[in-house]
Design a protein around this ligand. Structure first.
Ligand SMILES: C[S@@+](CC[C@H](N)C(=O)[O-])C[C@H]1O[C@@H](n2cnc3c(N)ncnc32)[C@H](O)[C@@H]1O
Length: 234
């Protein structure tokens, strides 16, 4: 199994959402980045979307709001329990408005969350199961040497013509990463921030074209699709 960052053992996990809402450091422009990923992955309602490393579900719920049916996978039960609590409160709001309201309704409303031990490398779904595969701020837990294998696994579950989209801290290449690490001391020495040149080559080997848009000096949104299907985030 891929070594994973064990969020279940971290003190600050129950405050995760207030950390990302700080909109600073690693999480500068967090909301804009998640919004861009959801827009490029879910241009129309009715799509089936896989969110890997879903955490507290912030990206999953943006895709849900765009009419998608979303499955979120994550190794951390504590992160997912926060995501599920939001599904329950969505259901409860519907009860107040006269709806049915239950876990089952949360499922019907199009979002479900499952613990998965290695969801970037062993996705528990068949080939072509999803219209879009998305992820934010989680892929940096995958060691660089395993990232090409993960790209193949994510493309495997994407239907032909489907879209992959990701937002995270990353760099154009190893030289740019070294420069950024000298400039921004708060970059985490234990994380495997992606290098866009390596991902471009991994997607190309899977017949996909990778596009990139920089949001901050250290954060990017990437998206990939077969050449004819490329879309730009707004
Ligand atoms: C910084 S949080 C990001 C959560 C959410 N995607 C967001 O944008 O707010 C990183 C998430 O990655 C998960 N994670 C850690 N190791 C992982 C791995 N090897 N594969 C998939 N997810 C992993 C953690 O449990 C955590 O929920």
């Amino acid at each position: 199994m891929t070594p994973f960052s064990d969020f279940d053992s971290m003190d600050w996990v129950d405050n995760y959402d207030s950390v990302v809402e700080s909109d600073s450091g690693l999480f500068f422009r967090y909301s804009d980045i998640l919004q861009a990923v959801s827009e490029v992955a879910c241009p129309s309602p009715g799509l089936k979307v896989l969110d890997i490393g879903a955490g507290t579900g912030n990206l999953s719920y943006l895709c849900l709001a765009r009419g998608a049916s979303v499955v979120g996978l994550d190794p951390s039960e504590r992160m997912l329990s926060q995501a599920r609590a939001r599904a329950r409160s969505l259901s409860a709001n519907r009860v107040e408005r006269g709806g049915v309201g239950s876990e089952a309704q949360a499922h019907r409303s199009g979002v479900e969350f499952h613990v998965a031990s290695d969801p970037f490398l062993k996705i528990p779904y068949p080939d072509s199961a999803f219209d879009a595969v998305v992820s934010t701020y989680a892929f940096h837990h995958i060691p660089h040497e395993l990232q090409p294998e993960s790209v193949r696994e994510m493309v495997r579950v994407l239907r032909p013509g489907g879209v992959w989209a990701m937002g995270d801290v990353m760099f154009e290449n190893a030289v740019a990463e070294a420069e950024a690490r000298r400039t921004y001391e708060w970059l985490d020495g234990d994380e495997y921030y992606s290098r866009i040149d390596s991902l471009r080559s991994a997607f190309s080997q899977s017949g996909m074209v990778l596009h990139a848009r920089q949001f901050t000096p250290v954060s990017w949104v990437l998206w990939a699709s077969e050449a004819a299907w490329g879309r730009k985030p707004q």
